[in-house]
Ligand binder design. Structure first.
Ligand code: ZN
Length: 243
């Protein structure tokens, strides 16, 4: 099965639509979403509606949980805090009801899915080989897929070797057939790895490969929508830089 993995959409309608078009063109069999459908961007309702329509699996991210009041926003940065409050006041009852059904992990598939990490599915940012290694000890499958950092990267450990990992670029393909893996597709709606294009990943559970994908989208449109909603200017500005 070829599965499109999307994560960290953050209310960016322009990015999500571009990614869904590319996924449709790639004729993937299913779409799985790793959470953070809302927060930061100006179109939370549309993004939730699109994910509901297209994704077979959807996790909850920390921003989704914050918006429904299941997680405190005290630890959020200023901009994230403001965006969470704006989103909470803006979303429809239907969007809210859907977000309330989501969980931050799904361990029922051939790969383990977590919004953030195997150790802490809601909050841990896995950016180092040590964190990945600690995750390998607790993840319920040989391969884990996580979002949350907004950085396309992969860590792996082969039998008898140390854990290593690095950021990954568009059209790189991982051979997942052996070893332990912790893989992050990057972010649809707010990339932070220096590549401003929307990120997603194509996972093949027969060949056991994962290919990193990036797609251009209407960044100006997404930034204008953020300004129109009177969300913090930094949230509009950073999209151009992928930071
Ligand atoms: Zn996120």
């Amino acid at each position: 099965m070829r599965i499109a993995i999307v994560s960290d959409i953050h209310g960016n309608r322009q990015a999500l639509e571009a990614v869904l078009d590319q996924i449709a063109a790639a004729e993937c069999d299913a779409i799985w979403c790793l959470g953070d459908l809302v927060g930061y961007g100006a179109d939370p309702d549309v993004c939730v509606e699109l994910v509901r329509e297209h994704a077979e699996i959807c996790l909850a991210g920390n921003h989704d949980l914050a918006v429904i009041g299941a997680l405190s926003i005290d630890d959020f940065s200023d901009a994230a805090h403001q965006a969470a409050e704006w989103t909470r006041a803006t979303i429809s009852a239907e969007t809210r009801a859907f977000l309330e059904t989501l969980e931050p992990a799904d361990e029922t598939q051939a790969v383990a899915l977590y919004h953030a990490s195997p150790r802490d599915p809601v909050w841990e940012y896995v950016l180092s080989p040590l964190q990945a290694e600690l995750g390998f000890e607790v993840q319920s499958r040989r391969i884990a897929i996580v979002g949350h950092t907004h950085v396309a990267l992969a860590f792996h450990r082969f039998e008898g070797a140390d854990t290593t990992g690095e950021t990954r670029h568009a059209d790189e393909t991982l051979d997942l057939s052996t070893g332990h893996w912790l893989v992050n597709p990057g972010s649809v709606g707010q990339p932070r790895d220096g590549d401003a294009r929307a990120a997603w990943m194509e996972l093949d559970t027969e060949a056991w490969t994962a290919a990193y994908r990036r797609v251009e989208y209407d960044i100006d449109g997404a930034a204008m929508a953020i300004r129109g909603a009177r969300l913090p200017e930094t949230l509009a500005e950073r999209l151009r830089f992928g930071q």
